[in-house]
Ligand binder design. Sequence first.
Ligand code: HEC
Ligand code: HEC
Length: 462
Amino acid sequence: MGWHRLADLGLAVALAILLIGTGWAVAGAGHGSDAVEAASGLAAADAASLAALRTLYRRPEVIPVPPDNPITPAKADLGARLFQDPGLSGSGTLSCASCHDAARGFSDGRPRAIGDGGQVLARRSPTLWNLAWAPFLFWDGRAASLEAQAAMPIEEHAEMNQPLGALAERLSADPSYRAAFARAFPEEPAVSPANIVRALAAFERTLVSPRTRFDAWVEGDDTALTPAEKRGLLLFHGRAGCANCHQGWALTDHGFYDIGLPDASDRGRGAVLGLPQVDHAFKTPTLREIGRRGPFMHDGSLATLEAVIDHYDRGVVERPTLPPELPRRLGLSATERADLLAFLGTLTVPGEEPPSPEPLPVATPETTAMPPATAGRISQRGRRFDPGRVTVPVGTLLEVVNDEEATAHNVRIDDPRLHFNSGIQDPGETVAIAFPEPGRYVAFCGIHPRMRLEVEVRPAGP
Ligand code: HEC
Ligand code: HEC
């Protein structure tokens, strides 16, 4: 999948820049800076790193869609209608949009969501921007696709409290819904539970965050960002370490991290994976349209972006589950905090009106041909499997070595033929996988799920 590879490349470049940013900026201070750069507060080395950063933020050209649920205008329209319809809830009062409100960045402005019966839910309503690229859904990643996710809030007693079968019956009583389902699913024109979740998922995949001033800068307009915003971007990538996790055009790596929030009552990803080492880890959210959707975090505990910066600067609670990607005790100056905020401000379309999603063509990910070479050992350095595709003869062991400095991984295969779970794989540890029968398998990391390894297992013999 092309977009995975590009994003991984992005990490390598980001790390390179991080190093350059700390070393060169000091060394270069003696010569390069002229009057203009001094006036803008950007040294020559900074200008060079800024230019290199542009390549990390190129927007995607297509929306990736699964082969079994392509997006058509009729299907996305039906999904949008369902999304707004309070008839999806048992009481008839709550729609998806009640908790995922476009005017509030598809969140709801509350620290925790409030369900159909009025009870306060355990977590905050997350944004729905840019989920077409998310390998796992929910703050703890417990749903593996938007289709699987969509059924859950509808049926969940505390949320919308309506069995999907009953909902399908309710909707099929309405002739305009019957006609809309027939247009959206010409091959199987039924108002069925499967088609309800397909339509919702198709609509959600079209929620691509709109272009902002930041994109104008990425595409080469140097005047689109102010000097403070550029300094903020450098800090985001450099000393503040934000880009260790908030990577790429959507500013997320879709990974799971404990960022040291004070309330540790929710195990998050740790409970889903059954790994206490990733307790309190939650999904990195996109930072696009961040200005519309406070309060922030899975528990809504930080009311403003200032409070978010304060948290990363000096509020992180020390505990064994903090990941190596999270910087500690940043000690930011008042100017640095203001610069970071200024940069975050460039990721939201200004104005009160909810912005329209960016229209993009769709594409099903192409399955690439396997390289003929056999690799006995797979590296995981820089949070990517290398090589990312291998072929092995059945009966041989595939070795996956964690050759990272500090980052732990969790290699998993979730396949009817093989359920594999390495448990926590600390740096230095190698796991060996035996495949039961020929065929194609996909391994991923439960903590950094953008890591994917495709394995083609060949029949034994010559
Ligand atoms: C009562 C409020 C509420 C309603 C109604 C609701 N949601 Fe949610 N939604 C939430 C909360 C809270 C979460 C986070 C739950 C968690 O992570 O455990 C969530 C999570 C999600 C996610 C995962 C986002 C991510 O970043 O992984 C998607 C997608 C989603 N909802 C779509 C929908 C759809 C579609 C509907 C209507 C069928 C819907 N929601 C109805 C509150 C709501
Ligand atoms: C170790 C990975 C990591 C680093 C480093 C990191 N973040 Fe985050 N960020 C996350 C995760 C994970 C969450 C969600 C945490 C939660 O809800 O428990 C998050 C949440 C946020 C949110 C709230 C988003 C929302 O929708 O609620 C903002 C804003 C944010 N981060 C900005 C930053 C900034 C600015 C920096 C640098 C100072 C930074 N992050 C550094 C992983 C990281």
